[in-house]
Ligand binder design. Structure first.
Ligand SMILES: O=C(O)CCC(=O)C(=O)O
Ligand SMILES: [Fe+2]
Length: 363
């Protein structure tokens, strides 16, 4: 069953009313179809329930509580101003674990290109998508309303996508785009992490060892329009198992962060990337940085695409804060390798809490 057919005319209509960011205007100059989630649509229609108390719509935002803005253009040179700006970025990671990144230097055209590849991927049939079953998931449950794919550019399987997405004589558009995008985003992510680590005075932290040979993960999420957004969830509350995540989306809202006991919508900004702290950074800073719980909600009218670039450490490194951090107090987290942390998280199905990593003294 076809859930969505965004046509050029619909697209133009939305552009006219100004509700679409520039990121999106290119995307659907052709028909875009998603044939998955059909079973859950029917289930959802049959099993609607009361609106949960913590439901916040995809377009509900609180103007007085917005995530901080970090301007990448202010980090050039070695001046006091740079130091001040780094400290502001540090404060954003401590207080929110989220910030908008403006003047990030990533070309809009590259972001469009990768989004196009993501739309192409999700436009394939469920059968085709499922060939990536270890990295492709379709949530057919009543409450969840999304599908996603994780792509590890370093795994060297990009040509499989190439062959699926276009004929065998394709020009490797998928792999070329993904590699280019990964390289640009990784450089940006590393720069942000380096600035933050410098701002925290983690001088002895062996950044290069820690991040040597790291494999970034691209995570693409797609949420088709949903008949009953109040009774569904795009991505359930979770924290990210990474150092940092940098993401952009199709500009219609839906990402929400849990803050002071409430879910707050993060308004989309066409000029900004959205950066969030992951569990690894929270552990390495001994809890100074917050790995925020976040979720996405769906909406009735439009599909929502998001493209996230996730920076993780090498599997064998031990997650332990450096002495500059530990001099302020004992470690609150168990010293585990990244792989051990990751596997335990998976085994315990503990995607929304770092409790399993906390030492008894810190509870
Ligand atoms: O779709 C979004 O905005 C967030 C995606 C996300 O949280 C994730 O992929 O981990
Ligand atoms: Fe996430």
């Amino acid at each position: 069953m076809v859930l969505e057919a965004l046509t050029r005319s619909k697209q133009v209509e939305r552009q006219k009313d100004g509700s679409r960011g520039s990121l999106r205007s290119w995307a659907c100059g052709r028909e875009f179809r998603v044939d998955s989630l059909s079973a859950s649509q029917n289930q959802l229609l049959e099993h609607d329930g009361p609106v949960p108390a913590d439901f916040v719509g995809h377009d509900e935002f609180q103007k007085d509580e917005e995530i901080p803005v970090v301007d990448m253009a202010l980090f050039d040179g070695d001046t006091d101003a740079v130091k001040r700006n780094v400290l502001q970025m540090v404060a954003a990671c401590e207080e929110w674990g989220y910030f908008y990144l403006i003047n990030h230097g990533v070309e809009l055209q590259l972001m469009h290109k990768v989004e196009q590849q993501a739309y192409d991927f999700f436009s394939m049939s469920t059968v085709e998508k499922s060939k990536h079953s270890s990295h492709y998931s379709l949530l057919e449950k009543v409450k969840r309303w999304s599908e996603w794919v994780t792509i590890k550019p370093a795994e060297g399987k990009l040509d499989e996508y190439d062959n699926q997405l276009s004929p065998p004589d394709n020009n490797h558009e998928f792999s070329t785009t993904v590699k280019e995008y990964d390289a640009v985003m990784k450089k940006l992510a590393m720069r942000i992490v380096k600035l933050l680590v410098g701002g925290l005075g983690m001088k002895s932290w062996r950044f290069d060892d820690f991040l040597e040979g790291v494999d970034a993960t691209l995570r693409w999420n797609y949420q088709p329009p949903c008949p009953r957004p109040e009774n569904a969830m795009g991505i359930s509350p979770h924290t990210d198992p990474y150092i940092i995540t940098i993401q952009h989306d199709s500009g219609i809202g839906g990402l929400q962060v849990h803050r002071k006991g409430k879910w707050l919508g993060i308004p989309p900004r066409a000029d900004a990337l959205i950066v969030n702290v992951g569990d690894v950074f929270e552990i390495l800073t001994n809890g100074k940085f917050k790995s925020p719980s976040h979720r996405t909600v769906v909406n009735k009218v439009e599909g929502r695409l998001s493209v996230a670039h996730c920076l993780a450490p090498a599997e064998y490194v031990t997650l332990i804060p450096p002495p500059e951090i530990l001099k302020h107090g004992p470690n609150h987290y168990k010293a585990r390798t990244y792989l051990e942390y990751f596997n335990t998280r998976k085994r315990l199905d503990s995607c929304n809490s770092l409790e399993f990593m906390k030492l008894p003294t810190s509870v």
